[in-house]
Write a protein that binds this ligand. Sequence first.
Ligand SMILES: C[S@@+](CC[C@H](N)C(=O)[O-])C[C@H]1O[C@@H](n2cnc3c(N)ncnc32)[C@H](O)[C@@H]1O
Length: 253
Amino acid sequence: MPGGEGRERAGMGDVYDPEFVKGVFDRCSERYIAFSLICSFGFTERWRRQCVAAMPAPSTAGAHGYDLMAGTGEVWPHLLKRFGDIGSITAVDISPGMHRRAMERLHAHRAHRIRFIEDDVLASDLPAESADFVISTFGLKTFNSDQHARLAALIARVLKPGGVFSMIEASDPKGWWLRPLYLFHLKIVLPLIERIFLRGAQDFAMLGVYSTSFGSAAEVAAMLRDQGLEVEFSRYVFGCATGVAGRKRPVAS
Ligand SMILES: C[S@@+](CC[C@H](N)C(=O)[O-])C[C@H]1O[C@@H](n2cnc3c(N)ncnc32)[C@H](O)[C@@H]1O
């Protein structure tokens, strides 16, 4: 199970406990957008776009779906640009801080198509077969294996037959010759920037810990397949991000 390093690093209980994760993101929320854009050199935006590009087109116009671990809603512009006829996106997130931030910047012209649910997806009672699509960007790393299995079951349950999904996460580019530099950036440079510019806070540093403990989305791909979904696994920039996309089989006629 991933996460040993995370637990040691935090020294404050289980870093995969949803309450702990919620606290991290509540404290990060004010600066999350700028920090993630600048410290990833813009790659997070590119990866969100690629996550949307990897998602098969929903089979109906006016599709309804979920953005799980939606945060500040950074993927919505990409989603609504590629699929202009989407009917609505229901954003699900556990952090009231991230939620509030999303509301504040809720791009007025999109507001009528966005709904919010402040909830823990791991304890979610989202209705079965209620979604034409599920998307999630950078929401996988704060879960351990057991929680990934629950997420895979949730996605399989909420998708309508023929429904589509795509998820992406920052990953550990094992085998890449520049990996040591990448890890140095995540584990040394980012925490240092945070300590200097955010007055000693160490919440963004946790994102580096989660990312390196996560590994890749390959395990999540296998779990989604176990749930009967059709899944494509993709690597981006030598595995610095990995993604899964696919669909729930339509009902045989
Ligand atoms: C790294 S942020 C990603 C936000 C956004 N999707 C993006 O592309 O930037 C991860 C988000 O997952 C949310 N999250 C973590 N665990 C969660 C859970 N159990 N249920 C719902 N949301 C959760 C956090 O509050 C946070 O907003």
